[in-house]
Design a protein around this ligand. Structure first.
Ligand code: HEC
Length: 135
């Protein structure tokens, strides 16, 4: 019983530490938006890719971050590669491609139709500024 309580206490303490280490302890405006997409009208391939996207792209930050960020197709291509190449991303080349295709479909069919509901991605400088403000 005591062991179980200890394990639970340790787990509770290490979760926030893990999050801080991986996302650099910064909250972006996109993180506060919705954390789900209704994909019921998306083609089957995109519905399948959505599950992969949710499981892979929520490892270091909230899934709300990519869900509420708008980018061009070329920017998504660069961004998925950037995320894949982070240490321990756990995303293979073929998974990255599938996620990229999902993001492009979602960009055109959801985000581009209602651009004011989403956030333009931030530059590295803007992220650094937020990080400094939040410390
Ligand atoms: C290994 C950790 C990790 C994984 C996995 C990860 N990200 Fe990120 N992501 C980050 C970090 C750290 C940042 C902050 C900016 C930076 O350091 O590049 C970030 C920032 C972002 C941003 C904010 C862009 C901006 O500039 O406003 C988006 C969008 C994003 N990630 C999308 C994704 C997508 C899509 C996936 C899945 C393919 C993903 N992330 C997987 C760590 C990760």
């Amino acid at each position: 019983m005591h062991k179980m309580i200890l394990t639970m206490a340790l787990a509770a303490c290490s979760v926030p530490l893990l999050l801080i280490a991986q996302n650099g302890n910064v909250v972006l405006p996109q993180d506060k938006g919705p954390d789900k997409i209704n994909v019921s009208t998306y083609p089957p391939a995109q519905q399948k890719a959505y599950s992969l996207f949710v499981s892979k792209c929520s490892a270091c930050h909230t899934i709300a971050r990519p869900i509420n960020t708008t980018m061009t197709q070329g920017e998504w291509e660069r961004y998925v590669k950037r995320m894949m190449h982070k240490p321990n991303s756990g995303i293979s080349d073929s998974q990255g491609k599938e996620i990229y295709e999902f993001l492009v479909y979602d960009q055109v069919n959801r985000k581009d139709k209602n651009p004011s509901a989403f956030y333009k991605f931030l530059s590295d400088e803007e992220i650094e500024k937020l990080r400094a403000q939040q410390q």
